[in-house]
Design a binder for this molecule. Structure first.
Ligand SMILES: N[C@@H](CCC(=O)N[C@@H](CS)C(=O)NCC(=O)O)C(=O)O
Length: 217
């Protein structure tokens, strides 16, 4: 059984959480309270950098969401989510990296500042919000053009690249972003939101978010 160390308010952890569902992997979720010095000290036994997500499998420990994602998919031979053919894999990696650097980064910042921080009694960062408002449309616009004529982000079927985008784009309302100007992305979101693994992940994730923001209130 894979031990998964996470916190539902961490978008990096959420990406791996959803990936574990898509890959059909049996795992145990260990909630790490990132405000607790003792919990963080324990976490460094799994991830030397002291961050979530982290995993432990048969005594092997790993941190960093991108390393975990690739390791888990390779370890479980999930070749359709992460192809073994070098060119197909490189295209998945290309879109995965783009999504994270030019879309998720800004969406996550908006979700944190506009939805999570206020619930936790923290002040939003106005500079971060305005930077995200300037940058996000550029990333979304490029992804919108790229999606034209495609059902999925990289290749003919659902892959790691789609896994990276879904948990963050699904938060667009919390980020106060409308998808009206992005019909391809909107259609993609509708298409992939029907996946059983997504529904299973979302039910569990939303319950965890609710529980952890309640504690913080
Ligand atoms: N590059 C890392 C980022 C992980 C990260 O920043 N995790 C945050 C939560 S979103 C964390 O654990 N923060 C606790 C800390 O830095 O003390 C990844 O992709 O896994």
């Amino acid at each position: 059984m894979l031990n998964f160390y996470a916190n539902p308010l961490s978008p990096h952890a959420s990406k791996v959480h959803y990936l574990l569902e898509e890959a059909g992997i049996n795992y145990k979720y260990h909630m790490v309270d990132l405000r607790s010095p003792a919990a963080k000290a324990e976490l460094t036994k799994i991830n030397p950098f002291g961050k979530v997500p982290a995993i432990e499998l048969n005594g092997f420990c790993l941190g960093e969401s991108n390393a975990i994602a690739r390791y888990v998919l390779d370890r479980h031979h999930q070749n359709s989510l992460y192809p073994v053919n070098l060119e197909e894999r490189a295209q998945v990696d290309m879109v995965y990296e783009f999504v994270q650097a030019h879309v998720n980064r800004w969406l996550n910042s908006l979700v944190w500042n506009l939805a999570v921080a206020p619930k936790m009694g923290l002040s939003p960062d106005a500079k971060a919000i305005s930077e995200a408002h300037a940058q996000l449309p550029i990333g979304l616009g490029r992804l919108e053009s790229w999606l034209s004529g495609r059902n999925y982000l990289a290749g003919p079927s659902f892959t790691l690249a789609d896994i990276a985008l879904l948990p963050t784009l699904a938060e667009h309302r919390n980020a106060q972003i409308s998808l009206a100007d992005y019909p391809q992305l909107h259609a993609w979101l509708d298409r992939v939101s029907t996946r059983p693994a997504w529904k299973k992940y979302q039910a569990d994730h939303l319950a965890r978010v609710e529980a952890s923001t309640k504690v913080a209130r």
